[in-house]
Design a protein around this ligand. Structure first.
Ligand SMILES: [Zn+2]
Length: 94
């Protein structure tokens, strides 16, 4: 799962195949190009965040099946900044 992060307005939007995600300030945009997860994004302030899907799904199901952790913390999952040279992310010039 990829999300668009705009460092200008700090907005985060989930990418979609059907609609272009646009941050609140309008300076960052992105969308999926295909169902394989190839994405394009644009804007000087735009960055893509990736969720490790299996880690994210495991955390959701763990929470659904077990509820809140006894230590009051949320269930963790892996997320990362997608590098500029990643094969699954294309930066477009505005
Ligand atoms: Zn923005």
């Amino acid at each position: 799962m990829k999300l668009l992060l705009c460092t200008e307005c700090s907005d985060v939007q989930a990418l979609s195949l059907n609609d272009v995600a646009i941050c609140r300030c309008g300076k960052s945009r992105g969308k999926y190009l295909n169902e394989a997860g190839l994405a394009e994004f644009s804007g000087e302030c735009a960055h893509l965040i990736g969720f490790n899907n299996s880690s994210f799904i495991d955390a959701i199901y763990w929470h659904l099946n077990n509820g809140d952790r006894s230590d009051g913390m949320g269930r963790r999952f892996e997320a990362f900044i997608i590098p500029e040279g990643a094969e699954t992310a294309i930066r477009k010039n505005d």
